[in-house]
Design a protein around this ligand. Structure first.
Ligand code: NOJ
Length: 437
């Protein structure tokens, strides 16, 4: 039986949250560059024009990851750095930048993983409707083919889309993330097109022998507020939307029937052959779980008939994100994925906790210790958990929350951009050295 000392440890970062250099190196604007030109959409009125300046400081960050003992460096590629106008000419400086990152990783003995899409669509593609427009599926295929051509010789592990439901839910339904669109039609078209694009992208990458290609799924444990059947049914609906919609079409199960109002809208954008095309066999599932939501039935809420009951109203402690931190979710979801297919490898492709500036980092250490305890139980059950990628290395731009939540195991001085290892980084370094993994 495997145990936690055999887990592989790494870290995940994302271009739009770290790179900065928003208009350097030939990069075109992304939807996040545009979205943040209105400072009111970000809690601390910030933007990611500089972020952690990973674009210039990638060596320092990769060195830090190596010093801690991490073995995997998962980063995302900014589409608009590769294709500044979304289509057409490839930007050689963009290719050169990611080549530098990949080659540096390899030279210092850490394995690079690529995420192809972590929410930063080129603005030029948003100008033609973004994910709402089916043409973007074709543009994504072109983009993936370019990434394959340039990087697949050295990068063997790929994650196509990061958290499709959050990307489209927040960006095209609630309007709180870029591109700030709202409504059921924007949501339905965009989610289908993104999921379809992912299936097509998968086939493009799998045409190269030896690549391991997966996806990263946002997972939120949903519980009922009251012990009655109406709230239980509300749980089923919310769960279908949050935790199944972006998985089951790939398994040949179609869009979940428990949310008929939403799936009816989605169906309007499903063309003949799409669902067959979407049946792909990912090499692994990436689980990303942070919080738990408690919900109640609410007939007046359109489409879903569900309301969340915020943790504050339940007298539950919340993190600076306003989330009920829930490390138990790791095991809960590992078991659910194993129920789909017990042989499929699983990763915690993101895993972390946000603290406020003045909170003791010991809380994060405790959190990771709880995750480790969960991982141990997951492995005891024979579930194929491969490893844990931390979210994240250096405190960064947390989307609409700006720089307020600190998810890093390394702090960032926003003026000097100086990095400093936190308690969690030292704890992990000792743990990894002691366990030799
Ligand atoms: C999920 C996302 O992939 C990442 O971009 C985000 O910063 C973290 N979760 C924390 O919210």
């Amino acid at each position: 039986m495997r145990n936690t000392t055999q887990l592989q440890w790494g870290v995940t970062i994302a271009a739009a949250q770290t790179e900065g250099a928003h208009d350097q190196g030939g990069k075109g604007a992304s939807i996040w560059d545009t979205f943040t030109t209105n400072p009111r959409v970000i809690k601390d009125r910030s933007n990611a024009q500089v972020a952690t300046d990973f674009y210039h400081r990638y060596q320092e960050d990769i060195d830090l990851a190596v010093t801690i003992g991490l073995k995997i460096f998962r980063f995302s590629v900014a589409w608009s750095r590769i294709l500044p106008t979304g289509t057409g000419a490839v930007n050689p400086e963009g290719i050169a930048f990611y080549n530098r990152v990949i080659d540096y990783c390899l030279s210092v003995g850490i394995t690079p993983w690529i995420t192809t899409y972590h929410w930063d669509l080129p603005q030029a593609l948003q100008d033609i409707g973004g994910w709402r427009n089916r043409a973007v599926v074709t543009h994504y295929q072109t983009y993936i083919t370019i990434l394959r051509t340039h990087f697949a010789d050295r990068v063997k592990n790929w994650i196509l889309v990061n958290e499709a439901i959050v990307c489209i839910g927040a960006g095209y339904f609630l309007g709180i993330h870029a591109p700030g669109k709202r409504g059921i039609t924007n949501f339905s078209a965009s989610i289908h097109h993104l999921l379809l694009a992912q299936a097509k992208g998968f086939k493009i990458l799998k045409a190269v022998e030896g690549l391991t290609v997966g996806t990263a799924i946002s997972c939120t444990k949903i519980d009922a507020y009251r012990d009655n059947s109406r709230d239980q049914k509300a749980v089923k609906r919310m769960d279908a939307l949050m935790n199944r919609l972006c998985i089951e079409p790939y398994l040949g199960m179609g869009y979940p029937s428990e949310i008929p109002t939403i799936t009816r809208h989605i169906q309007k954008f499903v063309k003949e052959g799409d669902l067959e095309e979407m049946q792909i066999d990912f090499d692994f599932w990436g689980i990303q779980t942070y919080a738990r939501e408690v919900v109640k039935s609410a007939w007046y809420v359109p489409y879903l008939g569900v309301m969340t009951v915020p943790p504050r109203k339940r007298n539950v402690a919340v993190s600076v994100m306003g989330w009920e931190t829930y490390p138990q979710g790791t095991r809960y979801f590992a078991e659910r994925f194993a129920a789909y297919d017990p042989d499929k490898p699983l990763w915690l492709s993101e895993c972390g906790m946000a603290l406020a500036e003045d909170e003791d980092d010991q809380l994060r250490v405790n959190y990771y210790q709880q995750v480790l305890a969960e991982a141990e139980k997951i492995l005891e059950k024979g579930i194929k958990l491969q490893g844990i990628l931390l979210w994240t290395l250096v405190d960064n731009f947390e989307w609409a929350e700006g720089y307020i939540p600190k998810f890093g195991i390394i702090s960032l001085n926003q003026k000097t951009l100086e990095r400093k290892m936190k308690k969690t980084a030292y704890w992990l370094k000792n743990y990894l050295a002691a366990t030799n993994n």
